[in-house]
Design a binder for this molecule. Structure first.
Ligand code: ATP
Ligand code: I3P
Length: 264
């Protein structure tokens, strides 16, 4: 597997990058390699993808869930690192705008030690009320004709009020011209919400929703912008027998924020 050509995924907006063994890689043709994280985190994520994409277990809830997450192809070892080969959600986007939103006020496992809980609670206090936080985003600035990155360190300074315009408003700037994208994003979020209100199989802790759209419109071939919404990051997915109220609350609050950007 050492001969795969790869480069760091240019549209990566959050996660454990910086360290070479933790970088998400773009291997072209619409595929990425996401490194499996250490210990149980990596095993849990690979198990989750294998369960959802198991062709011998195609129940209706899993088939629906498949449409909300990147396609999982395989796990493989390259340069001594275990990777998951996944669909690249930003593939072929010319001016990709990407936002990673970590869902849930509770972002620690049920058996987490007190110091981990305290660290997580302090990270972005408004998330205890709004049930999510921005982990990073990138936009395409038409005035400077360049990409701008906003890391988590920037997003952690938002308040629950400033988040609307400085976070979501900046991501969908100018909001008046992005109404179609915001409405498609909302309809996809409603589909995910509907699935969550019916499922009692998984509990998604510290998992993200990735909002993606292409700022570029090809006027000859496309009438509207490419736009996608996917759930990602399953390092803390656990079995359960009850509704994932932690996730549902964050998702509903996210829907509430985006609804405020829609002009009636
Ligand atoms: N399937 C995908 N297609 C395109 N981009 C992706 C995909 N999966 C992940 N990314 C990019 O990589 C980033 C990190 O992904 P992810 O959150 O899964 O990594 P992580 O290292 O497990 O994160 P954390 O450190 O928060 O647990 C995302 O913010 C996104 O920009
Ligand atoms: O994005 P940041 O600010 O780097 O924060 C990290 C991020 O939230 C990881 O998801 C989390 O790992 P887990 O929740 O998977 O443990 C890690 O916890 P950690 O510091 O306890 O490793 C945090 O430090």
């Amino acid at each position: 597997m050492d001969r795969i050509n790869s480069e760091p995924l240019r549209t990566q907006v959050a996660g454990r990058h910086g360290d070479k063994t933790n970088e998400v890689l773009d291997i072209g043709d619409g595929y990425i390699l996401k490194p499996a994280q250490s210990r149980e985190r990596g095993t849990r994520e690979i198990n989750f993808y294998q369960t959802v994409f198991n062709i011998e277990n195609e129940t209706e809830d899993l088939l629906t869930l498949r449409s909300f997450i990147p396609v999982f192809y395989d796990s493989l070892i390259k340069d001594d690192v275990t990777y998951m080969k996944l669909e690249n959600i930003t593939w072929k986007m010319k001016q990709a705008c990407v936002m990673d939103i970590k869902i849930g006020a509770i972002t620690w496992d049920p058996d987490a030690p007190a110091d981990k809980i305290e660290r997580e609670r302090k990270k972005f206090p408004p998330s205890q009320e709004i049930g999510f936080r921005l982990a990073g985003f990138m936009i395409f600035n038409e005035e400077t004709n360049s990409t701008e990155h906003y890391a988590q360190s920037y997003c952690l300074h938002f308040t629950k009020e400033s988040l609307l315009h400085q976070g979501f408003g900046k991501f969908f700037h100018p909001v008046t011209a992005k109404q179609d994208v915001i409405k498609i994003t909302l309809s996809k979020l409603y589909s995910i919400e509907k699935w969550f209100l019916n499922q009692k199989r998984f509990q998604f802790i510290s998992s993200s929703i990735l909002l993606v759209y292409d700022n570029h419109i090809d006027s000859e071939t496309e009438s509207s912008r490419k736009c996608d919404v996917r759930m990602i990051d399953f390092t803390h997915v656990h079995p359960t027998d009850s509704t994932d109220t932690n996730y549902v609350h964050g998702l509903q609050m996210l829907i509430k924020y985006l609804t405020q950007l829609v002009q009636l």
